[in-house]
Design a protein around this ligand. Structure first.
Ligand code: HEM
Length: 128
């Protein structure tokens, strides 16, 4: 079916769940990222599951519960530097490896997430 969404192509809810779990396991171990996240990832993991589901063309779970994503605005309370954006994307790439997400659909998803990550940057790298 040429009209399949990325969500359908990767295997739907189960794959998104696995990706999100693998991703935050990586984030929790990342020295640049872990300090700005809460110790308990339960809530952000669930929000990201709902967000990625709709971002990839699945049901609009995030907006049904939390309204318009406004991701840049929701990230403003956190210091997001170019270095942290790179770290976020590295964690995502490794998480994709962890769950063996491969091929053109992986590259497509990663490219789109790279755009969003760049858009989240709200502070320069610490130059001190
Ligand atoms: C929330 C960091 C990029 C999606 C958060 C939180 C932090 C964070 C610290 C809040 C955790 C809390 O609730 O205490 C970062 C960093 C990024 C980044 C450092 C690097 C560029 C992204 C990208 C996406 C994304 C690219 C989209 C795929 C989300 C979502 C939430 C969130 C959906 C939950 C928003 C809410 O409803 O409160 N992020 N993020 N983030 N992030 Fe990111």
């Amino acid at each position: 079916d040429p009209d399949q969404t990325p969500y359908e192509l990767i295997g739907g809810a189960e794959t998104v769940r696995n990706l999100v779990n693998a991703f935050y396991a990586r984030v929790a171990q990342d020295p640049d990222l872990s300090p700005i996240f809460p110790d308990d990832f339960t809530e952000v993991r669930e929000k990201q599951y709902m967000f990625l589901t709709q971002f990839l063309g699945g049901p609009h779970l995030y907006s049904q519960v939390h309204g318009h994503p406004m991701l840049r605005k929701r990230h403003l309370p956190f210091p997001i530097t170019p270095r942290r954006a790179k770290a976020w994307l590295a964690c995502m790439s490794r998480a994709m490896d962890d769950i063996r997400l491969q091929g053109p659909v992986r590259d497509f998803i990663f490219a789109r997430l790279s755009q969003v990550a760049r858009h989240m940057v709200n502070q320069p790298d610490d130059t001190s």
